[in-house]
Design a protein around this ligand. Structure first.
Ligand SMILES: [Zn+2]
Ligand SMILES: [Zn+2]
Length: 86
């Protein structure tokens, strides 16, 4: 079965608030893109195993939420959708 991230696909927006100031976080892209600067040669699948989140198993897409008030990045796990949820 195919899984797709509603945020990556523009079907939903990041609905996570900053834990410190409750400003809605802006989507700063997928976590893998965020880390891309630091590990340009790493395969995405490798990153999925090494980041400490069971995202592959649970079908989560990890995004970086950015709080413009705190200047803080938060990791937000988005539950990926299956086609029958669309
Ligand atoms: Zn995503
Ligand atoms: Zn904040």
């Amino acid at each position: 079965m195919d899984y797709l991230c509603p945020v990556c696909n523009g079907l939903a927006s990041l609905s996570q608030a900053c834990p410190q100031c409750y400003t809605p976080l802006a989507d700063a892209g997928r976590l893998y893109d965020f880390y891309g600067d630091y590990s340009p040669y790493r395969e995405i699948d490798d990153a999925k195993w090494d980041n400490g989140y069971p995202d592959r198993e649970k079908h989560l897409c990890l995004h970086t939420g950015w709080c413009s008030t705190c200047q803080l990045a938060q990791t937000v796990a988005i539950q990926e959708w299956t086609p029958d949820m669309l």
